[in-house]
Design a protein around this ligand. Sequence first.
Ligand SMILES: Cc1cc2nc3c(=O)[nH]c(=O)nc-3n(C[C@H](O)[C@H](O)[C@H](O)COP(=O)(O)O)c2cc1C
Length: 366
Amino acid sequence: MNTESLFQPFKLKTLNMKNRLVMAPMTRAFSPNGIPTADVADYYRKRAAGDVGLILSEGTVIDRLSSANDPSIPHFYGEKALAGWDKVIKDVHTAGGHMGPQIWHMGIQADHKSGWVPSVEFEGPSGFVNPGQQKGKAMTESDIADAILSYGRAAADAKRLGYDTVEIHGAHGYLIDQFFWDQLNHRTDNYGGKTIAERSRFAVEVVKEVRRQVGNDFAVILRLSQWKPQDYNYKLATNPTEMDSWLNPIVDAGVDILHCSQRRFWEPEFEGSDLNFAGWAKKITGAATITVGSVGLNGVFTDAFAGESSQPSSLEELVRRLDRGDFDLVAVGRPLLADPNWVQKIRDHREDELKGFTAAALAELV
Ligand SMILES: Cc1cc2nc3c(=O)[nH]c(=O)nc-3n(C[C@H](O)[C@H](O)[C@H](O)COP(=O)(O)O)c2cc1C
C-alpha cells in the first residue's frame, strides 16, 4: 500500500520533522532514583537512528515531592536527572532525531507494588484516587500555584537543554485529568465546577505558565484523553459543543499541538460521523493534532499490561484518514517499544520483517 503521506515532512515552530511518525510516550521505569541512565539514552538514540520523526519521552515527573508513585520513573528536575536528559537529547540529535520530554505529575495514585511511597502524601484536586475512594490530600491553592510553576520550569529546562518540543501530560487519569473529571474533582473554588470548561482552569494555567517560560516560538504539545483507566468508555466531552468549551480555552492558552489519546484510533468520537478524537479536536480548534492507538497492531495497549501479544495490522485506514486531513501526525507506541527500526520497515515496505508486540518487550530496553 501507499504510505507516502506518512513520510511527508512537518514543520511547526521549533519542530522540524522528516516524517509524520511520532514515538508515543511510554513509561519504562529504568531510571533508578529518577535518573535516566546511559541505557535510557541509548534506547532513544536507536529510535532516532531508526528515522522516527519525533520521539516523545516516557512520562518524566516535575519537582513536586509526590509527583511519582515509582522510584524508577525519571525526574525532569535536579542536577543529576537533567544531566541524564542532556545526554539523551545530545545522542538523539547526533543520530538525526528530534525529541520532546513528556512532563508529568501523576496526581493521586495507588502505591507502587514494591511498597515504595513518596516522602509526602499523594496530592490531587480533592483527595480521591477513584470515584468514591478517598486517598491522598486535596491540593491547597498554594500547592496548585507551585505545581503550575513546576510544569513551567520543566518546560523551560527542556528548551534550555535543546529539546525540540515539550509535551504536557494531561491524559489517562493523572493530575491534570483528575482536575478535568467531576468524579475526582469536587472543588468549590475556581479550580472546580459543574462544567468541563470550569474544571479546565488548572490545565489552562499550566499551559499559560509553560508558554510564559518557553516563549512563543517553542512548540508545545498537550496530551489529552477522554477515557480514564477506571472507565475506557468515559467521555469528558459528550458532544462537539462540550468539546469546544473544553479545548478552545486550552489551545488559546498556548498549545500548538493536541495529542489525542485513544486506545483504537479508528473509533468515532461522536455519533453521526466517523471522525476520531484527533479529527474532532482539529476541526473544532484548528490546532494541529496527533492521533494514536493501535496503529499497525491488532490488539490494544491496555491488554499488553495483562500479558497480551499483538500482531502487525494494515495501515490503510490510518492513511485514509491522514490523507483526508483529519490529523497531522501519528503516534506509535508498542511497535516502537519493541523495534527501533519499525519506521524504516514501514517506509521500505519490509512488512515481512515486522515483529508485532509481546509483553516480554516490557522487561528490557532494546
Ligand atoms: C509500556 C507503556 C507505557 C506507557 N506509558 C505512557 C506514559 O508514560 N505516558 C502516556 O501519555 N502514555 C503512556 N502509554 C500509552 C502510549 O503512549 C500509547 O498511547 C498507547 O500505547 C497506545 O499506542 P499503541 O497502541 O501504538 O501502543 C504507555 C503505553 C505503554 C504500552
